[in-house]
Design a protein around this ligand. Structure first.
Ligand SMILES: *Cc1c(COP(=O)(O)O)cnc(C)c1O
Length: 420
């Protein structure tokens, strides 16, 4: 079955009522029926609903469905994209370890991975994901994860996925790719050998800016990389918090299982069942929305490219874009989502354009059906120093657009009057 079909049907068996919509199980807990079943569930002899901090039937449909659409094995849904990234990384790295992080990533991920995790004893070393030329030299015996974005927000950079995967496999290190902007409709990192995909479901997956959520999806066969790998004792040695259970002995996808039973259990950043239900609605239309977001953005990018006040445009879907070859190599029909950026002369000009647009909302979000305009230097990336901004490829005059599902000509008219 294709992704379009899986996104509508996978992971849901109709109940006795024949309910067409996936039911919303808005509940905290579940009746085990008897003491034996309760004991089996707690001892992991049987997997099933225990408490909504661990799992929920509505969330399980979302998890199964996104795993199928990504071409992965298993999913853990979380309360936010940030929680997904945190869980994915600390499922691998502990105090004393280090992780390698692409320079061009989401600002929130940079602060989490390079600043907050440092206070937990996990240090980050940054690498250039465009060509990964410096990646191998940064690896040491304490390197536990390699983290990058498939289409980076806000730089819209496309990494050299093959090279990153090849180097990671040489050293038996797990790769994590944030696929939020590309979505599985345009690119499937797991099919390229990436080990773990994370998402902010708050963006294209919900699609209408309705809810915050995150997803962690593991590659089919990732167990083989974890089992017996001395880098990852947490999967291979007894877990004291589970009476000495060894994850590697269990016949399940271990990455998401451990993230659920250890991290989600203890830290609790679980999605509300209602939000999971919203993400299920979003997945149903994801493929047609990504087509329209991409074709609209293509038209807007072409318009901006020809504008005399625009210094540069970054949209890999454009034929003459520097990254177009990579877009063709990785992305479905070289379509690269609704995210594009352009640069005007300075900070003030960028702010004026934001203030003059009427159809675009000044919002720090992407992936909404309504178009959005953002000035990263004054908002999402304000916490970064000037040097960090430069290193992340974000000039002061950079404007990011998240092109929605409106008519492209209406969007172009609005930009025309705002730029002047
Ligand atoms: C928004 C975003 C995040 C963070 O997700 P939240 O759901 O807001 O916590 C992470 N990565 C990327 C690429 C994002 O765009």
């Amino acid at each position: 079955m294709t992704q379009e079909t899986l996104a509508l049907h996978f992971g849901y068996e109709k109940n006795d009522f024949g309910t067409m919509a996936v039911p919303l199980y808005q509940t905290t807990a579940y009746d085990f029926g008897n003491a034996e079943r309760a004991a089996n569930l707690f001892a992991l002899k049987e997997l099933g609903p225990i408490y909504t901090r661990l799992n929920n039937p509505t969330t399980e449909v979302l998890e199964a469905r996104i795993a199928a659409v990504e071409g992965g094995e298993a999913t853990l849904a979380t309360a936010s994209g940030q929680a997904a990234i945190f869980f994915a990384v600390v499922n691998l790295a502990e105090a004393g370890d280090n992780i390698l992080v692409a320079r061009k990533i989401y600002g929130g991920s940079t602060t989490l991975l390079t600043h907050t995790l440092k206070r937990f004893g996990i240090t980050a070393k940054c690498f250039d994901s465009d060509d990964a030329h410096d990646l191998e030299s940064l690896i040491d015996e304490k390197t536990k994860a390699i983290y990058f974005e498939s289409l980076s927000n806000p730089q819209i950079a496309i990494p050299n996925v093959e090279k990153i995967v090849e180097i990671a496999n040489k050293y038996n290190i797990v790769t994590i790719c944030d696929n939020t902007v590309a979505t599985p409709i345009l690119f499937q990192p797991l099919k390229k050998g990436v080990d773990v995909v994370v998402h902010s479901a708050s963006k294209y997956i919900t699609g209408q800016g309705l809810a915050i959520g995150g997803l962690i999806i593991s590659r089919v066969g990732l167990n083989d990389k974890l089992i017996g790998n001395a880098k990852y004792p947490q999967f291979n040695e007894p877990d004291e918090s589970y009476h000495g259970l060894v994850y590697a002995d269990l016949p399940f996808p271990l990455f998401t299982l451990r993230a659920r039973l250890s991290l989600l259990r203890d830290i609790g950043a679980v999605p509300s069942p209602f939000n999971s239900w919203l993400f299920i609605q979003g997945l149903e239309t994801l493929s047609i929305r990504m087509e329209k977001h991409s074709s609209n953005a293509y038209k807007v990018a072409k318009y901006l490219k020809a504008h005399p006040k625009v210094l540069s445009v970054s949209y890999p879907g454009l034929e003459d874009d520097l990254q177009h070859d990579k877009a063709k190599q990785y992305f479905k029909d070289a379509k690269t989502s609704g995210l594009l950026s352009f640069v005007v002369s300075d900070f003030e000009s960028a702010k004026n354009i934001l203030n003059n647009t009427k159809l675009f909302s000044v919002v720090v979000n992407i992936g909404d059906s309504k178009s959005i305009i953002t000035h990263p230097a004054s908002t999402t990336h304000q916490q970064l120093s000037t040097q960090e901004l430069e290193a992340a490829g974000i000039p002061q005059g950079l404007i990011r657009l998240s092109i929605g599902l409106e008519d492209a000509d209406d969007l172009i008219k609005d930009l025309a009057q705002a730029i002047g």
